[in-house]
Write a protein that binds this ligand. Structure first.
Ligand code: IMP
Ligand code: MG
Length: 174
């Protein structure tokens, strides 16, 4: 099936909002350091941009979980594909995600991370699709709440494509 992508949020809008959220996070964590956890692959573009806007000391780690195949529907299955390199004891963990959709991935992941003894675990997402929520997840920082549409760009993919778009677009099937 052929598809095309229509712009939902421009590069300028996304970058400006990430700056704002970065400032907010820097204020909220004043006097502390932050251990950012990027959820691969989708969170990677957002995490690097966000990290550049945070002014308190930052360390980074990466994790990969899978809940999707090549389709646009969640399988509900979550599995760790790549675990963290560093322990979390005593750290102020901030999980950085591309999108919270059903909430299944994050609810599983947050529970798993909390069991590793961090001082604190918070969640920051580039996008939130609240209409699609199946499991309740507390999101501490949201850049944009969007309607129930399948989006790509800024790390988000459709069948592994479009992650490199510098904006957020909606996939339209021709
Ligand atoms: P959840 O477990 O249903 O919240 O799904 C989370 C994951 O599904 C995200 O981290 C994305 O990888 C993927 N996902 C959900 N919605 C979209 C979308 O609109 N575009 C691309 N990926 C999506
Ligand atoms: Mg993701």
């Amino acid at each position: 099936m052929a598809e095309h992508v229509e712009v939902m949020l421009t590069e300028e809008e996304v970058d400006a909002r990430i700056r704002e959220i970065g400032e907010q996070i820097s204020k909220d964590y004043e006097g502390k350091s932050i251990h950012l956890i990027c959820v691969l692959k989708g969170g990677s573009f957002f995490m690097t941009e966000l990290a550049k806007r945070i002014t308190v000391p930052v360390s980074l780690d990466f994790m990969s979980v899978s809940s999707y195949g090549g389709s646009t529907k969640s399988s509900g299955e979550v599995r760790i594909v790549k675990d963290l390199d560093e322990p979390l004891e005593g750290k102020n963990v901030l999980v950085v995600e591309d999108i919270v959709d059903s909430g299944r991935t994050l609810s599983y992941l947050l529970e798993l991370l909390r069991d590793r003894g961090p001082a604190d675990v918070k969640l920051c997402t580039l996008l939130d699709k609240p209409d699609r929520r199946v499991i309740d997840v507390k999101v501490d920082y949201t850049c944009f709440r969007i309607p129930d549409e399948f989006v790509v760009g800024y790390g988000l993919d459709y069948a592994q494509r479009y992650r490199n778009l510098p904006y957020i677009g909606v996939v339209k099937f021709d």
